[in-house]
Design a protein around this ligand. Structure first.
Ligand SMILES: Nc1nc2c(c(=O)[nH]1)N[C@H]1C(S)=C(S)[C@@H](COP(=O)(O)OP(=O)(O)OC[C@H]3O[C@@H](n4cnc5c(=O)[nH]c(N)nc54)[C@H](O)[C@@H]3O)O[C@H]1N2
Ligand SMILES: Nc1nc2c(c(=O)[nH]1)N[C@H]1C(S)=C(S)[C@@H](COP(=O)(O)OP(=O)(O)OC[C@H]3O[C@@H](n4cnc5c(=O)[nH]c(N)nc54)[C@H](O)[C@@H]3O)O[C@H]1N2
Ligand code: SF4
Ligand SMILES: [Mo]
Length: 752
């Protein structure tokens, strides 16, 4: 279904959460409606309509764009309240500089103005340019480290002028591994490309596995299609150690032990092959290495009984699941990032990714496996980012690359050269990066020059020398794809930037001028970059030009379809982009890299002994976006209503053996650090597993975030972070003599 043009007329805004629905704008009011795109780091990339009061130029309402073919007119609860963030009194509105003599460290909210003073953009840009020049001259340009992730995922905001700037500077390159690199490497090994079924096709499935995927909390717009399928008789099975809302609403919840998904997937393969349920024609025509895989999975290591012992899932549940998966068509798997954040996580994604190759699920409309759709977009990132500029830098060659999932190490251990300047934008690493103590130790170095560009005074900004204000997505122009659907969108600025905030594109263009970079590409503005992003020969982008998007801001990719209009990736052998040209069970290229060419389960190397017997899930909040929104009172209230703020979710049996009762203050610790939280006794976590939520460090009771517990170990494929492979012990906190337990509990229980 091609998206229809929107003119804002007849908008029927509704929201998933009834309590956040806002009244329709009064038709007689003087308003205009602008199509923007939610650019938070979420698979859904919702079409958003912003209603602007033309008298005040304020955005008075935002709502989902009903013409979007996938996100269809509703927003998640967090972005339905986005205006609370845009117009928050805490927005960072002008550049600021650390006051002379103030040491770097975490600040209490409201204390920032004591540590920082307002300066003009000219002063800020001059100071940054001269310091970066000095660092480059003294230590070499690679001693400068850019650090960015997905504060905005539009093509311009995520990576364009910023990349040009750091390429031309010769700064260290950043390997952006913190989220998706393990799964990317895994699917590249199996398929050579990451595309999957259209989200709309889930409505046709008869069996849906949500595997390490919190649909309700993290990507709600798949849910209506899942529900449609269920109304037609489909079953939803959720495989997740934690009982999410998605799991509660499912037909079956399999509470697997964290980090054991490879074993479960291979146990399913064992049953499928043992019972002769594989699709032999598909395997013959479309796959590579089947015999080798069969030899591996038919060993006793992957028998249902052995897999049950590893995964904690009963053998008969494994057998029933495998048989149902192989004999129900269409069967679709929504695998998400949850399974990847462990040492064996790349292989887990690889093994799960192979399941439809064994059963031929790809042949059916509504079948297959969806990890990410991002590879389907062909935006011209080479033109936006210009890596060739590194040759014009003082290095005259490609710069070294540092892994963002090891920022603590980069700031405290890397030499030749050491990092002397850190430039953070689109990210809050002081809260989101693993091994927080090492990260903060690095950020507190007096000899490190740190710039932070953000909308708020984040934990990272607390450690900056210079802080710069950035706009929200309503305040900048961009163009965006998605990683959960196949619709390209223009995102038009609905309002002027708040205060003196300026976009990433503007900031790095200005800095380039100050650094004396004369290449014409640094003179380009947002309009130039939009045109370049869309200047692509990619066949699926046919017709999607800037001119066309200005007429209709949402355009579906021109995906190849059969005569019934269905998009069936990997239904035949023409789709694979692997070395063998087939779906690879066995990978010669992994073998060449000295890796196991077949999937295989290996237990996590994280210490798991009597001193740290509990597995910790440092999870995302349902109502925040990583650390974004964690400081907004309305969003804190929503999260407080869900599980309470500062909660440690622990199984009642694990609590009982430690003498812990509901609301007791507890200390959660391992060799990297410790956290004070409030015990919340719940069956949402299985025995042996505890959970807590990612947020802003400075808003927690003891100033620490969950990432003090996580490590800088990397995933087996893709060099990703292993957040969910963390072991801890929990004990009752020792309450200081001058505070009694009730008093300290109130700190935790109090809503925002
Ligand atoms: N509300 C909200 N939405 C978000 C985000 C957010 O912070 N909040 N973040 C956005 C981002 S950056 C991303 S990457 C996506 C991620 O979206 P998801 O991939 O859904 O990410 P997670 O919540 O990390 O993990 C999904 C589920 O995997 C489970 N899990 C953990 N370990 C294991 C395991 O070993 N095996 C299995 N089977 N499951 C496991 C977790 O309990 C969790 O419920 O969501 C995006 N959407
Ligand atoms: N324990 C634990 N840690 C995790 C995770 C987890 O599940 N558990 N998830 C991991 C994952 S999947 C991810 S993707 C990362 C996410 O890590 P980040 O990408 O760092 O995510 P956020 O915390 O949302 O921080 C984004 C910041 O960008 C800012 N921003 C927004 N728009 C703009 C803009 O236009 N310009 C600039 N300069 N800044 C802007 C926002 O205000 C916000 O402070 O965290 C990872 N860390
Ligand atoms: S965060 Fe995701 S679900 Fe929410 S509005 Fe943005 S794109 Fe849509
Ligand atoms: Mo992510």
């Amino acid at each position: 279904m091609p998206p229809t043009p929107t003119n804002g007329a007849g908008v029927s805004a509704f929201s998933q959460d009834e309590d956040v629905a806002r009244p329709l704008a009064d038709a007689s009011a003087k308003t205009r409606v602008v199509h923007t795109t939610c650019s938070l780091d979420c698979p859904d990339s919702c079409g958003v309509l912003a209603t602007v009061d033309t008298a005040t130029n304020r955005v008075v309402r935002i709502a989902g764009d009903p013409a979007h073919p996938v996100t269809r007119g509703f927003l998640c609860g967090k972005v339905a309240r986005y205006l609370d963030r845009v117009y928050s009194p805490d927005r960072l509105l002008y550049p600021m500089r650390r006051r002379a003599g103030v040491a770097k460290g975490s600040l209490q909210p409201g204390e920032e103005h004591l540590a920082f003073e307002r300066i003009s953009w000219d002063e800020a840009l001059d100071a940054i340019a001269s310091r970066l020049q000095q660092v480059s001259d003294t230590h070499g340009p690679e001693s400068i480290l850019p650090y960015s992730y997905a504060g905005i995922i539009g093509q311009l905001g995520y990576g364009s002028m910023d990349r040009r700037f750091f390429h031309r500077l010769g700064a260290s390159q950043l390997d952006r591994t913190i989220c998706a690199s393990a799964g990317t490497a895994a699917f590249n090994a199996v398929y050579g490309v990451r595309v999957g079924p259209e989200p709309q096709s889930f409505a046709h499935a008869k069996l849906i596995l949500a595997w390490g995927a919190n649909l309700h909390g993290n990507s709600i717009h798949l849910w209506p299609f899942v529900e449609q399928a269920r109304r037609n008789g489909a079953r939803l099975v959720v495989i997740d150690p934690y009982q999410t809302k998605t799991a509660r609403l499912a037909d079956q919840h399999i509470a697997i032990k964290p980090g054991t998904d490879t074993a479960l997937a291979m146990g399913m393969m064992h049953v499928i092959l043992r019972d002769g349920l594989e699709d032999r024609d598909y395997i013959r025509d479309c796959t590579h290495g089947f015999e080798a895989l069969r030899d591996r999975v038919m060993t006793a290591d992957y028998s249902p009984e052995h897999v049950a012992a590893i995964t904690g899932v009963d053998a008969d549940v494994i057998v029933t699941l495998a048989r149902a998966y192989a004999t129900t068509q269409p069967a679709v798997i929504r695998v998400n990032y949850g399974i990847q954040r462990t040492d064996n996580g790349g292989t887990a994604a690889r093994a799960v990714g192979m399941l439809p190759l064994l059963t031929g699920a790809w042949k059916y409309h509504g079948g297959g496996v969806m990890l990410s759709t991002s590879n389907a977009f062909g935006f011209n990132s080479a033109k936006l980012q210009m890596p060739e500029l590194m040759q014009a830098s003082p290095l005259g060659r490609d710069a070294r690359t540092l892994n963002m999932s090891q920022l603590g190490e980069a700031l405290t251990q890397v030499n030749d050269p050491a990092v002397h300047a850190l430039f953070v934008y689109n990210s809050n690493p002081a809260a989101v990066a693993p091994n927080q103590s090492a990260v903060l130790r690095g950020m507190r170095r007096d000899d490190l020059f740190t710039v932070v560009h953000d909308c708020f005074f984040t934990d990272t900004a607390d450690h900056a020398d210079i802080v710069l204000p950035s706009p929200s997505f309503l305040e900048q122009d961009d163009v965006q794809g998605a990683y959960g659907h196949y619709v390209a969108q223009l995102s038009l600025r609905a309002m002027e930037p708040m205060g003196d905030s300026r976009s990433n594109v503007w900031l790095f263009g200005q800095l380039a001028q100050r650094m004396g970079f004369t290449e014409p590409c640094f003179q380009e503005n947002e309009q130039d970059l939009l045109a370049q992003a869309l200047d692509t020969q990619h066949p699926w982008h046919a017709g999607i030009t800037l001119g066309a998007l200005k007429q209709r801001p949402m355009m579906a990719l021109a995906l190849p379809r059969n005569d019934r209009g269905e998009f069936l990736p990997f239904a035949d052998a023409t789709w694979f982009r692997t070395p063998s040209g087939r779906g690879e069970f066995y990978s010669e290229s992994l073998l060449e890299q000295g890796r196991d060419p077949l999937p295989g389960y290996t237990p996590t190397p994280e210490r798991n002994d009597a001193t740290q017997p509990l597995r910790m899930l440092p999870r995302k909040a349902d109502h925040w976006m990583n650390s974004t929104f964690a400081n907004i009172p309305q969003h804190r209230a929503m999260e407080a209503a869900r599980i309470g703020l500062g909660a440690l979710e622990i199984h009642p049996d694990d609590a009982a053996t430690r003498g812990i009762s509901q609301d007791h203050e507890v200390e959660v610790a391992n060799e990297r650090g410790s956290l004070r939280l409030r015990a919340s006794l719940t069956n949402r976590v299985p025995r042996g597993t505890v959970a807590a939520t990612l947020g802003w460090n400075k808003l927690s009771a003891d100033g620490h975030g969950v990432n003090v517990l996580t490590s800088e170990r990397l995933t087996d494929l893709g060099g990703g972070a292993t957040f969910y492979a963390t072991n801890v012990e929990v004990r009752l906190a020792v309450v200081k003599a001058d505070e009694d337990q009730t008093a300290s509990m109130q700190v935790f229980v109090a809503a925002p």
